[in-house]
Write a protein that binds this ligand. Sequence first.
Ligand code: GTP
Ligand code: MG
Length: 161
Amino acid sequence: MKQGKKTLKRIMIIGSVGAGKSSLMQALFREDQPARKTQSLEYRDWLIDTPGEYTENPMYYRSLMATSFEACMLMIVQDATAKHIALPHGFAGGFPIPAMGVITKADHPDANPERAESLLRVAMPEGEVWLTSSLTKHNIEPLRQKLLQCLGLSEADVGEL
Ligand SMILES: Nc1nc2c(ncn2[C@@H]2O[C@H](COP(=O)(O)OP(=O)(O)OP(=O)(O)O)[C@@H](O)[C@H]2O)c(=O)[nH]1
Ligand SMILES: [Mg+2]
């Protein structure tokens, strides 16, 4: 293993309540059980899941910022069916790490990926945007490979975490 468990930086997931962050995390971990409401910061092997309230309430921004020092990438999750984004203009620029966007619920009949991308661009003017579905698993495996690459981990490393 290249990095010890204690020093491994993780991917930090943020986004509105119900945006699909925990479902996405479980899909990325190849797990099948449905996500439960996230109550607090949840550290997994190479990801940090956050409650949507942390994204929606500026009172928690300080906590998000502090947690981001344990991460190497900010993943901003946007629900493809949502008409708003909870984050202010240029939010990603306030973090010491690069950001990427992930649009969830691509399978949904009300999904509007173009709208979701333009909403994401409010908070995150630069960086890759991926379209996914945790239900159909659209783009989940390619995204997993991309994230592991960012973390400098191989599938064999992940098995050892
Ligand atoms: N159709 C569809 N529904 C999804 C998808 N991902 C999540 N959902 C649904 O969206 C709801 C919220 O999903 P969660 O993963 O719990 O959302 P979250 O962002 O973790 O929410 P908080 O923990 O409250 O911040 C659940 O009912 C999921 O089943 C998806 O890709 N497609
Ligand atoms: Mg959650």
